[in-house]
Design a protein around this ligand. Structure first.
Ligand SMILES: Cc1cc2nc3c(=O)[nH]c(=O)nc-3n(C[C@H](O)[C@H](O)[C@H](O)COP(=O)(O)OP(=O)(O)OC[C@H]3O[C@@H](n4cnc5c(N)ncnc54)[C@H](O)[C@@H]3O)c2cc1C
Length: 268
């Protein structure tokens, strides 16, 4: 069945990291009143390459639903067609359009909201920005229900921490939002966390279990439990390249976490 295509007009484009060649995009769907989606979903963008072939790529929505607008966060991939098409100024100046279909995907927050560890590297932070906007809207009711929400965000350098000012401002405004950027190649001046996201995720799990007096590894769930009856006090949402996603999943599985508690999106 043919998917319905929408025309999205680029309203704003900012290079948010020169070194990583990462761009923040804001699009408007002029013909549409509301573009309804759940935070964390993705759209498929469609464009013709230099040989006239239609190319389609998935991009996570980097915002929560907001009228007929949506944001993307995309970095250039060497030799890649679509990321360069979006990033190159002659191809995509403000006012240019792309075709999209969607929303798609199941990388969405479980409700009711539980304590949640959001884990991202690179542009994997895009859906996390959507979650943060949905959980803690600038105006309107906080949807986090007081749960602890950790964002463990790994990059190599400080200059690659996309949306840093926004997340820092949110952490200052909301005591239950914990922003934990970690650098694998931070300069000597960096006073924050270092190393890989897996290790910091493990520390959060261990400290939380100790604080709440919970056993680790957690006791296995009875396999006979119907899926609808499974209840967890904490979830992890992981987004980025496969290596990192697998590494975090392995660590959480070793703590006895159930696979239904571990929600993930892989970009490669
Ligand atoms: C569900 C989903 C959501 C995604 N969301 C985002 C997003 O929010 N932001 C974003 O920047 N990307 C995202 N991606 C990745 C995106 O779809 C493209 O794969 C990426 O932009 C590269 O496309 P390209 O046409 O430029 O490169 P291609 O022409 O497809 O590939 C060129 C080369 O780069 C390699 N490659 C492909 N993708 C990557 C990658 N992500 N990192 C490193 N090397 C790669 C390929 O193996 C190939 O060798 C998402 C992918 C999925 C599946």
């Amino acid at each position: 069945m043919a998917r319905e295509l929408y025309t999205a007009r680029l309203a704003r484009k900012d290079c948010i990291s020169e070194s990583a060649q990462c761009f923040h995009f804001e699009f408007v769907l002029d013909g549409m009143e509301r573009f309804q989606f759940a935070a964390g979903q993705f759209i498929s963008a469609v464009a013709q390459d230099q040989n006239g072939k239609l190319q389609t790529r998935a991009y996570s929505l980097a915002s929560a639903a907001n009228g007929n607008r949506f944001d993307l966060c995309v970095n250039r991939v060497e030799e890649g067609f679509f990321s360069n098409h979006l990033a190159d100024l002659p191809d995509m100046p403000v006012g240019a359009t792309i075709q999209i279909h969607g929303p798609h995907g199941h990388f969405v927050l479980h409700e009711p909201v539980t304590d949640s560890i959001l884990v991202a590297t690179g542009t994997g932070v895009a859906p996390m920005r959507g979650y943060a906007q949905w959980l803690f809207p600038a105006e309107g009711q906080d949807r986090s229900q007081g749960r602890d929400i950790w964002l463990v965000y790994g990059t190599r350098y400080e200059t690659d921490l996309y949306y840093r000012a926004e997340f820092e401002a949110l952490a200052a405004r909301k005591p239950n939002f914990h922003y934990l950027p970690t650098l694998s190649r931070g300069s000597e001046d960096w006073t924050g966390l270092r190393g890989y996201v897996q290790d910091h995720v493990a520390r959060i799990v261990e400290e939380r279990a100790a604080r709440l007096g919970l056993p680790l590894p957690v006791p296995a769930v009875d396999p006979a439990t119907p899926p609808a009856e499974l209840r967890f006090g904490i979830h992890a949402y992981i987004c980025g390249l496969n290596n990192m996603v697998s590494g975090v999943r392995e660590r959480l599985t070793a703590f006895g976490w159930n696979r239904k508690q571990i929600v993930f999106e892989r970009y490669d």
